[in-house]
Design a protein around this ligand. Structure first.
Ligand code: ADP
Length: 193
């Protein structure tokens, strides 16, 4: 199963993608995680991305697409994938279409996690305290939410226009939201306990 998970910073995409990976046995592909790994490893790509990420801006489409294509070629992605943090603008959505068409692996589902903006800000402030991510300080958070509204929200319209978008309420417990996503995928959530 090949899924795009859309949602604002703080909407819970990463958390839900990790759970979906377990539930569905597909790869969790987070472009944010891939970029942070490059930064941590001090690669040339990481050095180019670091300041851009800390400013709350988007890393260049070309860099991210190359990284994504390499990741989708890894063995765990053969069974399918959940894209988390990609596409983040309409150019990336078009590039993804072209890439997946070339690979003969089109998307099965596009899910939008919907969370009110005021709640997003609170969640990101909480995460700043808990995880210490350098881009979770209030000023960068505001910038990331602005970039989301300007560049990523149009991606929702892009998929909605072709009738491919399913909207899921992202407010609730992690399990509740997971159940809603699984229902939108036409699956029943199975978990221990
Ligand atoms: P969040 O969704 O919580 O903002 P991510 O971990 O997805 O966090 O992304 C963190 C940062 O990494 C973004 O603010 C951006 O600078 C960069 N980034 C992640 N994915 C992309 C992408 N697809 N295109 C460009 N930049 C990206």
């Amino acid at each position: 199963m090949r899924i795009v998970l859309l949602g604002a910073p703080g909407s819970g995409k990463g958390t839900q993608a990790a759970r979906l990976r377990e539930a569905l046995g597909v790869a969790h592909v987070s472009t944010g995680d891939l970029l942070r790994a490059q930064v941590a490893a001090g690669t040339e790509l990481g050095r180019a991305a670091k300041a851009v990420m800390e400013a709350g801006q988007l890393v260049s489409d070309e860099i991210v697409l190359g990284m994504l294509e390499a990741r989708l070629g890894e063995p765990d992605a053969a069974a399918g994938f959940i894209l988390d943090g990609y596409p983040r603008n309409v150019a990336q959505a078009r590039a993804l279409d072209a890439l997946l068409a070339r690979l003969g692996r089109p998307l099965d589902h596009v899910i939008q996690l919907d969370v009110d903006e005021a709640l997003l800000f609170d969640r990101l402030a909480g995460r700043a305290a808990a995880e210490g991510r350098r881009d979770d300080n209030p000023e960068t958070v505001r910038q990331r939410l602005r970039v989301y509204a300007e560049q990523t929200a149009p991606v929702i319209d892009f998929y909605a226009a072709r009738g491919a978008l399913k909207r899921v309420d992202g407010v609730g417990t992690i399990d509740e939201v997971l159940d809603r996503i699984m229902a939108a995928l036409g699956k029943t959530a199975v978990r221990a306990g």
